[in-house]
Structure formats: C-alpha cells, structure tokens
Design a binder for this molecule. Sequence first.
Ligand SMILES: [Zn+2]
Length: 88
Amino acid sequence: MKVLAIVVGAILVMWIGSAVATILLHRNLRKTASPNGEWSGPLYFPNCPRCNTPVPRARVPRSLRQTFLGGWTCESCGCEISRKGYER
Ligand SMILES: [Zn+2]
C-alpha cells in the first residue's frame, strides 16, 4: 500500500502543479498583451506607427535604452518604436 500512496501523491502533485503552471502562464500571456489587445510577446513585430513599415525581424539595438528595454528604430523614417509598438 505504500507504493500506491506514493503513486497517488505523485499524480496529485503533478496535477496541482500543472494547474498552477497553466494559471501562471495565462497571467503572463495577458500581461504581454498591449492595451489595444494586440499581441506583444517575444514574437510580436509591430509596424512603424508613423509610416507603417514592418519592423526588422532581427532587432539590432541602436542605443543602450533599446538594448535593455527592447524596441526598434524604423528603417525608412527613423522613428523610435517601443516594445509594444508605440512611437516614443
Ligand atoms: Zn517608420
């Protein structure tokens, strides 16, 4: 019976653990959505808010601020685009 208790315990821990992980993941996903409902996670690539040119997929930081906070510099108009796709 000891083995059964260990198996049941392990299943319970995995079940609760995955439930907690799912809740945390969903919270994180909601946090990465910008106020207009658009996705802004690590795979989000906005268009330039000024000239609507898609940002380069490979991000090359142009300044210290971009290195730490993310964001892009538009290649056609030079506009600074924040991580969430706003002009700054
Ligand atoms: Zn632009």
